[in-house]
Design a binder for this molecule. Structure first.
Ligand SMILES: NC(=O)c1ccc[n+]([C@@H]2O[C@H](COP(=O)([O-])OP(=O)(O)OC[C@H]3O[C@@H](n4cnc5c(N)ncnc54)[C@H](O)[C@@H]3O)[C@@H](O)[C@H]2O)c1
Ligand SMILES: [Zn+2]
Ligand SMILES: [Zn+2]
Length: 363
């Protein structure tokens, strides 16, 4: 099968012929239909996060089950599924206390470099990325890395739910639990931030302030539910947000992945406000906060992994929101591309030309 391989950081992905193993007892082989390009893949491509290489990247996908292992009970051939990198064991302390997105079970999730699911003729290892590797015509994953979905859901929009949409909406619904009427700020209006904005609108937030440096993204944010737009290129976004809200920000979401924007998300909070960090701040980077702010106003800061999801419950609900017209996934997809166009897709992400590019494997 064809797959996009990262051989070295800061080098283009190369389309290679690779092989995938037969499913083990609890594994499922999926024919990839669609895979979205997420900025997390780009962070690894740029060497900002470590991963054993060569590897097949990609982690936002939907497809159709082709074959299941002998002990698989959840899925069968022909099922339409969304994949999720939040593979859960179901028995560890995090899973059994309602936090499967930070499962610590070791049987279901292999550490980077350990999986032998992908091979190739040239010899030497070919690593699976996040137990998934979606930039390939087929994926071999644990059965607890997928959710079955209704067949009338278009698979390109379903793929987006696999990372961007669950991450942004889940940060709002599950991690921060935004209440109706609250004032929300979202810094970074890419795939993740846009999902947080749309999620905040569904949650009934009173004011939703979108912050970005890209005017096009801000215009789209307004279509998806933002009530106020702040262009960070026009001056200090903290001062602009404070001016707009008179200091009453209940929630700020960081969806860029930088030290500066993470610090800004905390600085713009009002009393009892909470900053939720979604972006992948470069590995090894510390952020600095003014200590007194924790006392003055009891401000909080927290992380959100994959929207603190319970994806088997959350994803079908997101599909329902889409089909009822509340989740505007049609506007998310700026480009439908072929696997061979993947490097151009990432270049367009970097230059801010697109919100999400989706690889259509059958195209
Ligand atoms: N926590 C998780 O589980 C999780 C999951 C998926 C992605 N992420 C991370 O979320 C972040 C966003 O991902 P994405 O796919 O939406 O990226 P993206 O590239 O689509 O969007 C990033 C947005 O940030 C904007 N931006 C850049 N600098 C800015 C600044 N100084 N101020 C305001 N806006 C700025 C860009 O214009 C762009 O619109 C990445 O760091 C990604 O790795 C985290
Ligand atoms: Zn992602
Ligand atoms: Zn677990």
């Amino acid at each position: 099968m064809k797959a996009a391989v990262l051989h070295e950081a800061n080098q283009p992905l190369v389309i290679e012929d690779v092989k995938v193993q037969k499913p083990g007892p609890r594994e499922v082989l999926i024919r990839t239909s669609c895979a979205g390009l997420c900025h997390s893949d780009l962070h690894f491509m740029e060497g900002l996060y470590p991963h054993p290489l060569p590897a097949v990247l990609g982690h936002e996908s939907a497809g159709i089950v082709e074959e299941v292992g002998s002990d698989v009970t959840y899925a069968r051939k022909g099922d339409h599924v969304i994949t999720c990198l939040s593979v859960f064991c179901g028995t560890c302390e995090q899973c059994t206390s309602g936090r499967p997105a930070i499962c610590t079970g070791t049987d279901v999730r292999l550490p980077p470099g350990v999986s032998k699911r992908l091979t190739w003729d040239r010899g030497g290892p070919l690593h699976q990325f996040l137990n998934m590797s979606s930039f390939a015509e087929q994926m071999l994953v644990h059965e607890n890395a997928l959710v079955k979905i209704r067949e009338d859901m278009p698979l390109d929009r379903a793929a987006l739910i696999g990372c961007g949409v669950i991450t942004g909406t889940g940060a709002v619904f599950n991690t921060a639990r935004v209440a109706p009427g609250e004032t929300v700020v979202v810094i970074g209006c890419g795939g993740i931030g846009m999902a947080a904005i749309n999620g905040a609108a569904i949650a009934g937030a009173g004011r939703i302030i979108a912050v970005d440096t890209n005017a096009q993204k801000l215009a789209l944010a307004q279509e998806l539910g933002a009530t106020d737009m702040v262009n960070a290129a026009d001056g200090d976004p903290v001062a602009q947000v404070k001016e707009l809200t008179k200091g009453q920000v209940h929630h700020a979401f960081e969806a860029v992945g930088s030290k500066r924007t993470a610090e800004q998300s905390f600085q713009m909070l009002g009393p009892a406000g909470t900053a939720t960090i979604i972006g992948m701040i470069p590995f090894g980077t510390n952020i600095e906060l003014h200590g007194f702010e924790f006392l003055r106003g009891e401000k909080r800061i927290q992380g959100s992994t994959m929207g603190s999801n319970r994806f088997r419950t959350d994803m079908p609900r997101l599909i329902d929101h889409y089909l009822k017209g509340r989740l505007h996934l049609d506007q998310w997809i700026s480009a439908r591309i072929k696997l061979a166009e993947i490097n151009e897709g990432f270049a367009n992400m970097k230059s801010g030309k697109v919100l999400r590019s989706v690889i259509m494997f059958d195209a």
